[in-house]
Design a protein around this ligand. Structure first.
Ligand code: NAD
Length: 254
């Protein structure tokens, strides 16, 4: 029987991917500020960013294993894994390049699988292990021209549910944070692609495409996602498992 409840947790170690930019950087910063040891993984890690920088291309499955080994070597334990690294590609299905599909599936779906698989023994030893995937509202609903991203994000919700069931006996909780649009370079880069795909001027894209499905017409700040991850990683997060944790400005209320 599980006993962890809301008891305070001791010094903990975390691994955050995509930690050099946007949401990942903000999450790494928040967890460091909360007193955790953090391995900050990225394709181009920031030596001046929060946590211990670690370079890896997570589209390579063995690199994911390497990140877990590096965290264990560095900190001697691993309690929290945040698969966050992501890319987007916007194109109609007929023009969608197969190699983009494969890269996006590798990064958004296979990397969380491989990180979980490699980290599982450490999460079990933690007795309050947390796997917190940064999924998306696009794990719950679709938008046109994002075949790979929407498919991968829906897929990772299946992984989260499965691993929540597998981790239950060992007090490993597994969640998928599902934000709507967050103010990061990933969204900024989409504006020109969206303008082309929708045949709109760039200045109209934020209002007419990006924020159109939001009930609340503002971008979410990366720090808001980071605070939610901090809560899920802490004692208050123990009972959240097997479910999306949605922060979507009312998108899925319709
Ligand atoms: P971002 O572009 O600001 O940061 C992504 C980071 O991932 C970058 O530092 C990049 O170098 C890294 N990365 C990319 N490919 C990599 C690879 N092969 N190996 C290792 N690192 C790699 O993006 P973001 O907006 O902060 O997105 C982070 C996550 O949040 C993604 O999974 C994204 O799908 C999700 N998300 C973003 C939004 C949004 O509106 N920005 C909304 C919902 C979900």
């Amino acid at each position: 029987m599980s006993t962890s409840g809301e008891a305070p947790l001791g010094r903990r170690a975390a691994l955050v991917t995509g930690a050099a930019s946007g949401i990942g950087r903000s999450v790494a910063r928040h967890l460091v500020d909360e007193g955790m040891d953090v391995l900050a993984v990225d394709l181009e890690p920031d030596p001046h960013g929060p946590g211990v920088p670690h370079k890896a291309d997570l589209t390579d499955p063995s690199a994911n294993e390497g990140c877990v080994s590096a965290a264990l070597e560095q900190f001697g334990r691993l309690d929290v894994v945040v698969p966050n690294a992501g890319v987007q590609y916007v194109a109609p299905i007929e023009e969608f390049p197969l190699e983009r599909w494969q890269t996006i599936l590798a990064l958004l779906l296979t990397s969380p699988f491989q990180l979980a698989k490699s980290a599982w023994p450490a999460l079990r030893s933690s007795r309050s292990g947390r796997l917190i995937v940064i999924a998306s509202v696009h794990g719950l609903v679709a938008s046109p021209f994002k075949a790979a991203y929407v498919s991968a994000k829906h897929g990772v919700l299946g992984l989260v549910k499965t691993l929540a069931l597998e981790g239950a006996e060992d007090d490993i909780s597994v969640t998928a944070v599902c934000p709507a649009y967050v103010r990061t370079p990933l969204v900024e880069k989409q504006i020109s692609d969206q303008a082309r795909a929708h045949g709109l001027a760039e200045e109209r894209v934020l209002e007419e495409v990006i924020l159109a499905p939001h009930a609340v017409k503002r971008l979410i700040e990366p720090s808001e996602v980071a605070r939610l991850v901090g809560f899920l990683a802490g004692p208050g997060g123990a009972a959240f498992t097997g479910a999306p944790v949605t922060m979507d400005q009312g998108w899925t209320a319709r």
